[in-house]
Write a protein of this length. Structure first.
Length: 215
């Protein structure tokens, strides 16, 4: 469940091929705020006394289940929150993620996401109580929408959660601003080292983009 710093991986790849120092400086700027996100996320998991008592025990496996419903433990949920510098494995589109935080504990992932697809739970299941799923979700805090304000596209359930996504909803504005500042500084530093003729080509490229309304 990574929180992704989008839009910088290709730029970082180009910088790495051109100048290692510039690449390392940008990565260092990304690292500190994402470590903060991981630390704040760990604080969002409730203590064991604050969740439904039945969730503290691993459910008995039922026929047809691939794995039983995992027991919740605050310490294990917190330990499952990982910061990784990346890049991770490329997805089907060929993209990899730099600087991300993930939640890798099964019970922690349930706390994060339960009710995201169906706010009233899933009917049936292993419990003899037909309303168990809905009651479980009702006992959890509300989901937070971490969609970046002003972003293009519809808001979807994939950007909602209770721990990592709650923190990201609050922290992403300053983080994106710092990333943009770091990128601008890196671009400026690299530009100044270019031959004059190459600088003119870059200026012409950006003027062409602006004339087409691309920023």
């Amino acid at each position: 469940m990574p929180v992704v710093v989008n839009g910088v991986s290709q730029f970082l790849k180009a910088l790495r091929e051109i100048e290692d120092d510039t690449f390392d400086n940008v990565k260092a700027r990304l690292k500190t705020p994402m470590i903060r996100v991981a630390a704040l996320t760990k604080n969002e998991f409730p203590d064991n006394k604050s969740v439904l008592s039945g969730w503290l025990k691993t459910a008995q496996p039922m026929k047809g289940q691939t794995r039983p419903f995992p027991a919740y433990d605050q310490a294990k949920a917190q330990a499952g929150v990982k910061y990784k510098l990346g890049p991770n494995k490329k997805n089907r589109s060929g993209y990899a993620v730099y600087n991300y935080v993930s939640n890798e504990n099964p019970a922690g992932m349930i706390y994060e996401w339960a009710g995201r697809k169906n706010a009233h739970g899933t009917p049936g299941g292993a419990s003899l109580n037909p309303n168990a799923s809905a009651e479980f979700i009702d006992a959890l805090p509300p989901l937070f929408d971490a969609t970046l304000a002003g972003s293009v596209g519809r808001r979807g359930r994939r950007n909602k959660g209770r721990a990592l996504y709650k923190v990201w909803a609050k922290e992403q504005g300053p983080i994106y601003a710092d990333i943009q500042k770091a990128l601008n500084e890196a671009i400026t530093a690299y530009y100044k080292k270019m031959p004059l003729e190459r600088q003119r080509e870059v200026i012409g490229f950006y003027k062409g983009m602006r004339s087409r309304g691309v920023r």
